[in-house]
Ligand binder design. Structure first.
Ligand code: ZN
Length: 502
């Protein structure tokens, strides 16, 4: 809608332009006296109208269209779709992830050249929208093409080309994550802990966004596989032993020491009521013997950590979880993200405390949640807000909006980060993650096996949460592989990603 002020504004410009064109028109006939005067008058009138039109359109394109589109109250987004050809989506290294092809009959087709590999993170623009297609919808339907181009398009009735979105995703890291996840269901999410840039985000099972409309009903009927769920940011899993990072921190905060000793005979039972003793087992009932806290962490000893959990005051445990962003919406720049839920209650029975300590109870996390914890440890305790869009640019590749890193603040102190870093390094040098003890980079992390069936203890997911560094370069990662037989391993997936990066 154009308000009165706009009309008067345009009118002023229109009058000004008419004056201008008349004065230039007066000079012309001197050179071409042979032109018929009547014809000339008509021509000049047309020229004047044309110039006025150009000025009006320029004014509209430069000032008013921006007002319309930027208004949060506008109901025109849908109509924008009819005026603008939806812009492209690129990886950070300019691999085309989504584009719109205009067919001869004028119909438009959204194409996803990388198909399944980026399906969840890029999302889809039909059927309610998801992923970047949803979050960047506005930018993709907004055109900052040059004024000349837009003017030409407006005059010829062509659509303008929407701005492109350039993401933070690194195509090589994304490919490595996608390839190494291979036939498993699960997720990989990778971030630069010093900036918050999401470098890769893969979720399996995946879908082909190019045939989404056709396959939609099938996906809707299939309630089992949750194929459209982005497991990296929305999946809710028991954290298993990766949660020992949280338990260790809460224990240290409640006065526990790295040197505190524990004894593991392979299993441990304790109960508040004697009839129902709950027994925790170490993996394969392995007896870890006498060990201090950091060794128990490195070896992922369930016996030690179920005892550790019982020594933490409830308030300290709860506050530590809150500091690590459990039970809240993750501070990320993309929508529909889920974090973790700390479900232990103060008066829960001993067995629930023991299970919670080793990441088995009712506490649930998304891979994103664990990625944020690993990133904070890697970055001296400070979490940089995870984000996916680096910048938007017009059809000539000129930057329109640039997004920069921003700090959420400290989740843990610098000293705590240093301590946890030492613990996570011990996992790689002396514990369950020795396959990552390589020369090319220095890795830190925590492995995890998370049982998810009370009937069959062999059913488990495999986790790896951690980071790697070399020189100035750092990379944080969370991997989950949904296991069907307890023999899946997330660690080789993390290694494949680190190897690709360093
Ligand atoms: Zn043990």
């Amino acid at each position: 809608m154009i308000d009165e002020e706009d009309i008067t504004g345009t009118g002023r410009e229109g009058r000004a332009s008419k004056k201008k064109s008349r004065s230039s028109a007066r000079r012309k006939p001197i050179k071409t006296k042979t032109i018929n005067t009547e014809f000339a008058v008509v021509s000049y009138a047309f020229a004047a109208v044309f110039v006025a039109l150009i000025l009006y359109l320029s004014y509209y394109l430069i000032f008013k269209s921006e007002d319309f589109i930027s208004s949060p109250y506008n109901s025109r987004v849908k109509e924008m779709d009819e005026d603008v050809i939806r812009g492209n989506i690129y990886s950070a290294d300019k691999v085309l992830l989504a584009t719109t092809r205009v067919l001869k009959d004028g119909t438009e087709e959204r194409i996803y050249p990388e198909g399944r590999m980026y399906a969840h993170v890029v999302g889809y623009s039909t059927k309610g929208m998801s992923g970047l297609e949803l979050d960047a919808n506005f930018s993709l339907l907004r055109s900052h093409s040059s004024v000349g181009e837009r003017l030409t398009n407006d005059l010829t009735g062509e659509k303008n080309v929407g701005d492109s979105v350039v993401t933070t995703l690194d195509s090589e890291i994304q490919a490595a994550a996608y390839k190494s996840l291979s036939t498993y269901d699960g997720a990989v999410i990778v971030m630069d802990p010093e900036t918050g840039e999401i470098l890769a985000m893969v979720s399996e099972p995946s879908f082909d966004p190019n045939t989404l409309t056709r396959d939609w009903e099938f996906y809707m009927e299939d309630s089992e596989s949750g194929i459209l769920v982005n497991r990296a940011t929305q999946g809710q899993y028991p954290p298993g032993s990766t949660y020992k990072i949280v338990t260790a921190l809460a224990y240290l905060r409640s006065g526990g020491k790295t040197e505190d000793m524990f004894h593991c005979g392979g299993s441990y039972g304790e109960s508040s009521d004697e009839e129902d003793e709950y027994i925790i087992h170490c993996y394969n009932n392995k007896a870890h013997g006498d060990e201090d806290l950091i060794t128990a962490f490195a070896k992922s000893c369930n016996v030690a950590f179920s005892q550790v959990a019982l020594k933490i005051p409830y308030e300290t445990y709860l506050d530590t979880n809150k500091d690590l962003l459990f039970n809240t919406t993750p501070p990320v720049s993309f929508s529909n993200a889920k974090g973790g839920s700390f479900s232990l209650k103060e008066n829960d029975k001993t067995d629930m405390w023991m299970q919670t300590g080793i990441g088995q109870g009712e506490t649930m996390v998304s891979p994103l949640q664990m990625l944020m914890i690993a990133s904070a440890v890697a970055n001296d305790g400070i979490l940089m807000r995870p984000y996916l869009i680096d910048h938007t640019e017009n059809s000539d590749g000129i930057t329109v909006d640039h997004y920069t890193k921003s700090s959420y603040g400290a989740l843990i102190s610098k000293e705590e980060a240093a301590t946890l870093k030492r613990y996570m390094r011990a996992v790689i040098t002396d514990g369950t993650g020795t396959d990552l003890d390589v020369e090319n980079y220095t890795a830190y992390g925590k492995t995890g096996t998370a049982e998810y069936s009370t009937e069959n203890k062999d059913l488990s997911h495999s986790w790896f949460v951690g980071f790697a560094e070399r020189g100035d370069k750092k990379l944080a990662i969370a991997v989950i592989l949904e296991g069907k037989n307890g023999e899946v391993h997330a660690l080789p997936v993390a290694k494949a990603v680190f190897d690709a990066c360093f």
